[in-house]
Design a protein around this ligand. Structure first.
Ligand code: C5P
Length: 211
């Protein structure tokens, strides 16, 4: 396979991360999870007691940030940070900041075989010319059930009904925002992830084998 960029977009808790990790391992591509970057920024702002309704405060803090970790961690996976990351993602200046981090990452690692990048606007805005674009679709109730199990397994107290509400709220925020809303990118293949992981991967393998 030539050097490629595969994008994966989809709503909250649709399984993008798990799918991207699998693709990254199987086809030896570098994985970049753009959601981590929004979450990292939300955590920095939250830890610095920035008022999330005050755009000037957010802009000021963003300018002070020298480096952002691309690493996942339990701290950025809480329900609080999920909500806050979605809240800051509506601002275009935040998106421009995150997109630059992604372009720098890809440019710095040009020697690698390729990338699998997941998020909400990767195939539609950030890497419009990707070799393969996937859009993951799953019913909100199934997403909430899976997220509930994940949180319980990781030791966080959670309530299914609350998770479902949060997921629906994040969907609304992500789909209705003015800048880079969540949508099926032009040329994307819709992947149904309502069933087993094996069934999902089967749909994807056929597409990757064609690149
Ligand atoms: O994918 P994840 O749930 O980790 O992303 C956290 C939040 O960051 C999302 O709810 C979304 O609002 C925002 N996001 C985004 N664009 C991306 C990735 C994430 O707006 N490319």
């Amino acid at each position: 396979m030539k050097k490629v960029i595969i994008t994966i977009d989809g709503p909250a808790a649709s399984g993008k991360e798990k799918i991207a990790k699998f693709i990254s391992r199987k086809w030896r591509l570098n994985h970049l999870d753009s959601g981590i970057l929004y979450r990292r920024i939300a955590l920095i702002l939250f830890s610095n007691k920035v008022n999330f309704s005050n755009i000037d405060q957010i802009k000021k803090k963003l300018k002070e940030i020298k480096e952002i970790s691309f690493r996942n961690s339990k701290k950025i996976r809480t329900q609080k940070i999920s909500k806050l990351s979605s809240k800051i993602a509506v601002h275009n200046f935040v998106r421009v900041f995150v997109n630059k981090l992604q372009y720098d990452f890809v440019n710095k690692n040009k020697n690698l075989k390729g990338f699998v990048i997941d998020g909400r606007d990767i195939g539609s805005v950030v890497f419009k010319k990707a070799d393969l674009k996937l859009y993951i679709e799953v019913n909100p109730e199934i997403r909430a059930k899976r997220r509930y199990k994940q949180l319980i397994d990781s030791g966080e107290k959670s309530i299914y009904a609350q998770i479902l509400r949060d997921i629906k709220l994040r969907d609304k925020q992500d789909k209705l925002r003015k800048h880079s809303p969540l949508l099926v990118p032009v040329g994307a293949h819709i992947i149904n992830n309502n069933n087993t992981f094996a069934k999902t991967i089967k749909q994807i393998k056929v597409l990757i084998d064609k690149i």
